[in-house]
Design a protein around this ligand. Structure first.
Ligand SMILES: Cc1ncc(COP(=O)(O)O)c(C=O)c1O
Length: 413
């Protein structure tokens, strides 16, 4: 509820320089010179290690001639049609998606989430009149949102999330003056790192808020297929109804199909925004090689590997339920593949709980994890709300994840 207080509605305009570095660079610095106590094992990077679908190789081989052409910025018609079809089959859409006007290929969702900020700012020139243009990010957040906001010349305003708010920003608490200068809101569902899932009602309210204030809603849905309960997470395009204005969904094959190295994703939604985004992309963005788009089409047309992968994530969280129940504030997340653990008991004068835990795990167990504070910024209170949390990625096979959990329990409980 802090954000409701007018005088405290923003973080300092100039965050500390270390806030802008990649969490992994900061982690490397933290652990530099410390010998791992055992054979190193990484649970740091959110890089799915599940078997990639068997058809990847043959499809790629067939598509090789495509490496002899510059790919078009918007993606191949086949890829865009496959993305539109997948969205229509996955979500309860009010109408079909127009693949030509409402879908663009991305070189992974990250670069799209970053560069969309620049275009959003260009499309909202009036926002400069009411103070510094702002972009709202959940805290913690995926680093590309803040990088994009700041590249666009906006203030990256972190909005608190907490266990009590279901780890989602409290939309009702947002200050009106802040909203008037807001260019875009970023929402992630399921969220990295907490795995929280925004309901359709929440997404609808967020979109309504964005529209009312002439802002865009960028909905990061790259974990959409990794849900751990029975219900599929809602998507922004299904709550938007027939009118996609101001709503843009981002997704990719990285998490859904365990193809993080493919670098292929897409955004879909507001055709007016995508028109300008495409114009920008023709001069400024990385294209996706055509053979990789061919692989992505095959992946989008197959759900069997997605179901198998989801079942494997569920099995890992079943194991985590057994091994971590009642420990380290563990709660089974709604989606995603991260443990988000409370390690406040390890905080020292010089290290946050997350840093102390990451050092201890590396020194005693050779296990690499990410201090939560590296995924967030100091908020309105001046404190980093994630400083005493630890993020652990369960991305390998089941026996390896069991080993991750065993080492965690040995060092931290
Ligand atoms: C929340 C979130 N959004 C976006 C991405 C970007 O993924 P990609 O660029 O591989 O689609 C990631 C990757 O870790 C992520 O965790």
């Amino acid at each position: 509820m802090i954000a409701a207080r007018k005088d405290r509605s923003t973080v300092p305009a100039t965050p500390a320089p270390e806030d802008r570095r990649s969490p992994f660079i900061r982690l490397a610095d933290l652990l530099a010179g410390i010998e791992p106590g055992r054979q190193p094992l990484s649970a740091a990077v959110g890089e799915p290690q599940h078997a990639m679908p068997a058809f990847v190789g043959p499809v790629l081989a067939d598509a090789l001639p495509g490496f002899g052409r510059y790919p078009r910025a918007e993606g191949t018609p086949t890829f865009r049609a496959a993305a539109a079809r997948w969205l229509a089959q996955r979500y309860d859409l009010a109408r079909p998606i127009d693949a030509e006007r409402e879908v663009l290929a991305l070189n992974g969702s990250r670069e799209g989430l970053f560069s969309a900020a620049i275009v959003a700012r260009r499309l909202t020139p009036g926002k400069g009149a009411k103070g510094r243009p702002a972009m709202l990010l959940p805290n913690p957040f995926y680093a590309a949102y803040a990088a994009g906001a700041e590249a666009a010349g906006c203030e990256a305003v972190v909005v608190p999330t907490s266990r009590d708010s279901g780890w989602l920003p409290d939309l009702d608490a947002l200050d009106k003056d802040l909203l008037e200068r807001t260019v875009a809101l970023y929402i992630a569902s399921p969220a990295n790192p907490q795995g929280s899932i925004a309901s359709a009602d929440y997404l609808g309210r967020a979109l309504e808020l964005a529209r009312r204030h002439g802002a865009f809603l960028f909905s990061d849905e790259c974990y959409s297929e990794i849900y751990l309960g029975a219900e599929k997470p809602a998507g922004i395009l299904e709550v938007a109804g027939a009118d996609f204005s101001r709503a843009v969904a981002f997704n990719s094959l990285s998490k859904r199909s365990s193809l993080p190295g493919l670098r292929c994703g897409f955004c879909a939604g507001d055709p007016a925004f995508l028109k300008d985004f495409l114009a920008f992309r023709w001069v400024a963005a990385p294209q996706v090689p055509e053979p990789l788009q061919a692989v992505a089409v095959a992946a989008l047309e197959d759900e069997a590997h997605v179901t198998a992968s989801r079942d494997l994530y569920r099995a890992k969280f079943d194991l985590a339920d057994r091994m971590l129940e009642g420990r380290l504030g563990y709660e089974r997340p709604g989606g995603g593949f991260f443990l988000w653990l409370d390690v406040s008991h390890l905080a020292t004068d010089s290290l946050s709980g997350g840093e102390a835990a990451a050092v201890k795990l590396w020194r005693e167990q050779g296990l690499r994890t990410v201090p939560g504070g590296y995924l967030a910024r100091r908020d309105l209170t001046g404190a980093n709300p994630a400083a005493n949390f630890l993020r652990v990625a369960l991305v390998q096979d089941l026996p390896t994840c069991e080993e991750v959990l065993t080492r965690l329990v040995a060092a931290l409980t």
